[in-house]
Design a protein around this ligand. Structure first.
Ligand code: SF4
Length: 357
């Protein structure tokens, strides 16, 4: 393990951390072994290799500009061209007898299964969302249960995402306090960590759908507390007032980001920055993507039932279970309220039944 790369990939995930593109042997693969594709982000490859211990497989590492699967696919860095290129340059077709690829479903907004099939002759099987389920999925003959298709965003996933995306801002804040208000540095560190942990552990139970709404609720409570301290002039040995203000500002940061540059909640940050004309930050694209336009209400997703050919692609790649098949073998929008504008359905639709207009 390269410790510098690990720390960079872990805490500065907004920025790329590439590994070489190409073919890797996992265990002792033969001509029947499964072929998996992933991105070339250091942390993804490292975690995947760990989960695949004891499995014999071929792993194709495709170019995603050193960015994780979800962000790279959403920003079109991990796309059909990446997949087709690595299939061709690796000569994997000479090493196996089958033509079945296993792709991470979170790559579905970038890699179009139909085009991969047409350009290479390889069919795409969408694997489990989480790497830890891959061994089970492979042993089950490429069969996924419902749980393997859905994004959960539980507390440790929230913590992992938050650590990776918020650390640079936290670090910059600490530098600011160190230079301009050294006497408050310890307050800043303590309050930031406490509010961070509180918010990310309680997030699902806070009112509101978006991160910003959730933190405004908490900020309102802290604002009332601050007001009470001001008007009642309560004397205390603790520096409560600056702490409350730091907590309110930090919560605003956490909530705005929560959109989870890579989560299943709509981001507040990307539409906001897109309105300011800011195109991207690190590896995350804000302006000019259909997702941003959807979140800004410049476009809507429409479903044309008559054009649906019942290929199931949308239902297979939606991480939230928005689409269901009906008795006539066409899809219905069963849970539109869960749609995070992920866009995998739009990219994968083989019948042209889903359109962004
Ligand atoms: S991807 Fe398009 S054509 Fe296929 S089932 Fe969904 S809506 Fe129908």
């Amino acid at each position: 393990m390269n410790p510098f790369k690990f720390i960079w990939a872990m805490f500065f995930r907004l920025f790329p951390c590439p590994v070489p593109v190409g073919l890797r042997r996992i265990g002792n693969p033969d001509r029947k072994s499964p072929v998996l594709i992933t991105c070339n982000f250091y942390l993804t490859v490292r975690r995947l290799l760990r989960k695949l211990r004891g499995i014999d497989a071929w792993l194709l590492i495709a170019d995603s500009k050193g960015v994780n699967v979800w962000c790279a696919a959403g920003g079109n860095e991990f796309n059909t061209h990446s997949a087709v290129s690595v299939i061709k340059i690796s000569s994997i077709s000479d090493l196996v007898d089958h033509r079945r690829l296993v792709l991470p479903p979170l790559a579905a907004p970038g890699i179009r299964a139909k085009e991969v099939r047409e350009q290479t002759g390889w069919s795409v099987n969408w694997g489990p969302v989480r790497a830890k389920d891959i061994p089970h999925y492979l042993r089950a003959g490429l069969h996924r249960n419902e749980g393997m298709k859905r994004v959960t965003y539980n507390w440790h996933e929230r913590l992992d995402t938050a650590l990776g995306t918020l650390f640079p801002f936290f670090f910059l804040g600490a530098m600011g306090f160190l230079v301009f208000a050294r006497h408050l540095l310890l307050d800043y560190l303590a309050v930031s960590i406490v509010t961070f942990l509180f918010f990310f552990f309680t997030c699902p139970w806070l009112p509101g759908k978006r991160g910003l709404t959730k933190v405004l609720f908490l900020d309102a409570i802290l604002g009332i507390l601050l007001f009470v301290f001001e008007v009642s002039d309560i004397q205390t040995n603790l520096s409560v007032r600056p702490d409350l203000i730091i907590a309110m500002v930090m919560l605003l940061f956490y909530g705005t980001e929560l959109g989870g540059l890579a989560s299943n909640m709509p981001s507040d940050l990307d539409p906001f920055l897109a309105r300011l004309g800011i195109g991207g930050l690190g590896n995350v694209a804000f302006a000019g993507t259909i997702r941003t336009e959807l979140l800004n209400d410049f476009r809507v997703l429409r479903y044309y039932r008559d054009a649906c050919i019942g290929c199931r692609s949308c239902a297979e790649v939606c991480p939230q279970g928005v689409w269901h098949m009906d008795k006539e073998k066409r899809v219905v929008l069963a849970h539109i309220e869960k749609c995070p504008a992920f866009l995998a359905c739009l990219v994968q639709c083989e019948g042209g039944a889903i359109k962004a207009e």
